[in-house]
Design a protein around this ligand. Structure first.
Ligand SMILES: Nc1ncnc2c1ncn2[C@@H]1O[C@H](COP(=O)(O)OP(=O)(O)OP(=O)(O)O)[C@@H](O)[C@H]1O
Ligand SMILES: [Mg+2]
Length: 314
């Protein structure tokens, strides 16, 4: 089973702890989203994992091999896109990937076949012999992803793989990641896009200020930070001022888990389904508080969780 294990991993730059005793174990064919604000330590973590930089203390291993002392074995079946230099523009995908395959030690006989296979995997076979310099960002990123597949990886490490791509490019890269998941590959990818993580990842790990805040299956992580039993949040706007008396009236309506708010706004954590939600609206109207907006919050549970966690550590 593919595995990534980080033990008390730290990286210091001068007085800055870019990564502070991160311990995290990832196992099995799953996709783990790595989230955190700018400067949180995500890229630092991924660079440590691929031995691009050395830890100040602690260690990391891949499939049981220390990434520093047993680098070759550790990274043998690991494809990574972290700080990838641009591919030389006058090369074609076939040429660029053949060079990379050679560097990875893939033998001459196998090389050609492997290169073809990975180009097909990222659906670039029609462009195999065109110069990369002419490619769009999305096409270049597909070739980059193809390069991570050369070694028939069990583990793939990606630093913001869809960053800078247009919506269609993003969708294509996401679809590729989904198809890798089906092959029992462990994918560890950083992202700033909560909807993307929600969409393609099984697990999530959130870091801030170099510290791990939470790690676990998406649904577990998000349910931990929503009020007990709440399924959704409903945002209400009304002309009456929202005081404690009104909040407790609303809190006593069936299905309401908790009520937050003030100055004409309420945020209601709600446990019921749509029938109960219709009833809630009726009850709210009966309160005569001039409800003029009643809608499910557009923030996703992951967004809610992220915001709460990050705010706590400001
Ligand atoms: N070579 C370096 N020298 C000094 N400080 C560094 C160096 N590399 C990173 N840092 C600092 O370490 C911290 C973590 O950086 P890192 O790149 O890991 O963040 P990140 O989570 O990837 O952020 P982003 O979301 O912006 O990519 C930041 O404060 C950054 O300025
Ligand atoms: Mg980064």
């Amino acid at each position: 089973m593919p595995s990534i294990v980080m033990e008390q991993l730290s990286k210091r730059y001068g007085s800055l702890m870019a990564l502070d005793s991160l311990s995290l174990t990832l196992e099995g064919g799953r996709c783990v989203g790595f989230l955190g604000p700018n400067g949180a330590g995500k890229t630092t973590t991924l660079k440590l994992l691929t031995d691009l930089i050395k830890p100040t203390s602690g260690k990391a291993s891949i499939n049981g091999y220390d990434v520093h002392t047993e680098k070759r074995r550790a990274l043998e079946r690991c494809g990574a896109l972290v700080e990838t230099p641009e591919i030389y523009p006058s090369l074609t995908p076939r040429e660029a990937l053949s060079l990379l395959a050679e560097m990875r030690g893939i033998r001459g006989g196998e090389r050609e076949e492997r290169v073809k296979a990975v180009i097909e995997e990222v659906k670039m076979e029609d462009w195999m012999d065109s110069r990369i310099g002419k490619f769009s960002k999305g096409m270049k990123q597909r070739i980059n992803i193809a390069s991570t597949l050369l070694a028939e990886p069990e583990i793939i490490i990606l630093d913001e793989p869809t960053s800078g791509l247009d919506p269609r490019g993003m969708a294509e890269v996401r679809e590729m990641i989904r198809s890798l998941k089906r092959k029992n590959i462990l994918i560890f990818m950083s992202s700033h896009l909560l909807s993307e993580v929600q969409d393609i990842c099984d697990d999530v790990a959130i870091v801030d200020h170099g510290k791990l805040l939470v790690h676990g299956p998406l649904s577990e992580v998000t349910s931990k930070f929503l009020p007990e039993g709440a399924k959704r949040t409903i945002d209400v706007q009304c002309s009456a001022s929202v005081d404690d008396a009104l909040k407790s009236k609303v809190a006593s309506i069936e299905g309401v888990v908790s009520v937050d708010g003030g100055s004409g706004r309420m945020s209601i954590a709600f446990s019921g389904g749509s029938a109960a939600q219709a009833k809630l609206l009726e009850e709210m109207v009966k309160l005569n508080i001039g409800v003029y907006s009643f809608r499910e919050a557009t923030t996703s549970p992951l967004e809610e969780t992220y915001m709460r966690l990050i705010k706590e550590t400001l």
